[in-house]
Write a protein that binds this ligand. Structure first.
Ligand code: IPE
Ligand code: IPE
Ligand code: MG
Length: 234
């Protein structure tokens, strides 16, 4: 779709949700649902960044997702390794930089290794940034920032909010548009600090079916929103 006349958000965040229900509707296993979701992830990301979005945060695994059955967690970990390793060429071809937000513990070594390699290889790319939020929790991020600040011994008495933000996992601009697929109307601990003035969009579509035209609809809706940031409409 032609985006001229539309507002392009600087930072888009997506809660990748509904893989399990997508599979169930088709008589498939949850694991197959994740395969389909991951299949969609890179092509959709490429499209979004090609439209001028500079930062794309993708919530692919929460700290709470470790509560799931071992077989499902193991499968997701294998998918992460595949994604980070096998898609490297595609990220390079598209000039995409990849960064991560989340805790290391208790992610398997193979995932951390593939992650670190991808970050290193894509570090100088300039065609937009994907921030994978993996083993990510919004409260954990804020708590981890506080721990880092205390350990640094800094005097925080004169601090602005932006001084605090430097201690988050990544110092990124605020989220402009937050999309959660699959019709769930909650944040589930995602980017609590960065989403404070985001516009929310909740399509019913489950993630494996959320494609380019669905993102176009989100941008049309975002363009209509009147962002006031607490001020008065002129
Ligand atoms: C989201 O899909 C993917 C991850 C959490 C990694 P779900 O697995 O949450 O799918 P539903 O919500 O059960 O349908
Ligand atoms: C949030 O989705 C986490 C990710 C999509 C990675 P969940 O499916 O885990 O969230 P809840 O349990 O429905 O809140
Ligand atoms: Mg879910």
């Amino acid at each position: 779709m032609d985006y001229s006349g539309l507002k392009i958000p600087n930072h888009v965040a997506i809660i990748v949700d509904g893989n399990g229900r997508w599979a169930k509707e088709r008589g498939m296993t949850r694991l197959q649902g994740h395969d389909a979701g991951f299949e969609n992830l890179v092509s959709l990301s490429k499209y979004i960044l090609s439209k001028g979005v500079k930062y794309l945060s993708l919530y692919v695994f929460s700290t709470e997702n470790f509560k799931r059955e071992k077989a499902e967690v193991d499968h997701l970990m294998d998918l992460f390794v595949l994604l980070y390793r096998d898609k490297l060429r595609e990220f390079m071809r598209n000039n995409i930089r990849v960064i991560f937000s989340g805790r290391d513990e208790p992610l398997p070594k193979k995932v951390l290794k593939a992650r670190d390699e991808l970050v290193r290889e894509t570090a100088n790319n300039t065609g937009g940034t994907i921030n994978f939020c993996m083993n990510y929790g919004g409260r954990a991020e804020i708590l981890d920032a506080v721990k880092k600040i205390v350990a640094s011994g800094e005097d925080v008495s004169g601090w602005q909010e932006s001084d605090f933000a430097k201690y988050l996992y990544q110092d990124l601009p605020d989220v402009d548009l937050m999309i959660r697929t699959s019709g769930e109307l909650r944040l589930s601990n995602f980017l609590l600090w960065q989403n404070s003035y985001a516009e929310f969009y909740f399509p019913e579509t489950k993630f494996p079916d959320f494609h380019e035209a669905d993102f176009d609809r989100a941008i049309v809706e975002y363009t209509k929103r009147d962002r006031r940031f607490g001020g008065i409409k002129k």
